[in-house]
Design a protein around this ligand. Structure first.
Ligand SMILES: [Fe+2]
Ligand SMILES: [Fe+2]
Length: 278
């Protein structure tokens, strides 16, 4: 049994301090095995924003929780062109994590983070061939009973957002990346970027996709929310291998409200959403 709190797009500099305080009180009480933060720690990669993000991560760790982080596009300076190309993630490595592709493993789960933020394709992100090799290599040694989880900032699958906006963009070199992910036997794909909480079996989104379950987090603390969506984070309960219960905690204006747990089961070919008991 493993429990993961999946936060994303905390955007310090454009954050709501009340939500940050609420999260810092709630997370230690929930006691997840791992807190995943899937990128966009800051609004504009400024030092003061990184300091706030660093304080947030430090306080979570000081409460005894493990944190796995990957950078997002907002963690690379946009307007400071010299810094953007010469030292794009220097501040991220100083204030958040030296490691851009972190690894976390217990008896139940194996989690790999991949940095998809790039200076050139600022908004859209990409996975490199070295990172694809890392995905294959890292999961090769993992024993079969463990749930294998890959974390990126940019989503690997396009999803619908709103009525008229069509499908979202996906990370660059997606086809090759999905082959590596399939070969590595990854079960769950965690990402953020679109400030939209969403989950679906990959194969239901793309016919030729692997069997992964796609889990997107909304923004946890940013004041920039999408449409009528509120700030949120995902609670991922893994009661047994090939079983997941996903719960979205949504911000009500005064606190986080726990949503309904949505159970998924892997049938060897596909993750299927199971019916929710009334
Ligand atoms: Fe974001
Ligand atoms: Fe982003």
């Amino acid at each position: 049994m493993a429990m993961i709190a999946h936060l994303s797009d905390v955007h310090f500099g454009a954050h709501d301090p009340r939500i940050v305080d609420a999260l810092e009180a709630l997370l230690p009480a929930l006691r997840p095995d791992l807190v995943v933060i899937s990128g966009d720690f800051t609004q504009r990669a400024r030092v003061e924003q990184y300091r706030m993000a660093c304080g947030f991560v430090d306080r979570i760790e000081q409460a005894g929780l493990a944190v796995l982080a990957v950078p997002g596009n907002h963690d690379i300076p946009l307007y400071d062109v010299a810094r953007r190309f010469a030292r794009p993630l220097h501040r991220y490595r100083r204030y958040i994590d030296e490691e851009l592709c972190p690894w976390f493993e217990t008896d139940e789960i194996a989690v790999l983070g991949i940095n998809t933020a790039r200076s050139l394709t600022f908004k859209d992100g990409r996975i490199s061939h070295e990172q694809m090799a890392l995905i294959r290599e890292r999961f090769r040694e993992v024993s079969p009973g463990k749930t294998r989880i890959l974390v990126t900032h940019h989503p690997l699958f396009a999803m619908p957002i709103g009525e008229s906006e069509g499908l979202t963009k996906t990370v660059g070199r997606r086809g090759e990346a999905l082959e590596a992910i399939g070969a590595a036997g990854v079960h769950l794909l965690l990402a953020g970027h679109f400030h939209h909480a969403y989950s679906r079996s990959a194969r239901e989104m793309v016919e030729t996709a692997g069997p992964e379950l796609v889990i997107q987090a909304g923004t946890a603390t940013s004041t920039r929310v999408r449409g009528d969506e509120t700030q949120s984070f995902n609670w991922i309960d893994i009661p047994a291998p090939e079983r997941v219960e996903l719960t979205v905690f949504g911000w009500t204006g005064t606190g986080f409200e726990r949503g309904r747990a949505v159970p998924f089961a892997f049938d060897g070919r596909l993750w299927r959403q199971e019916s929710i008991p009334a």
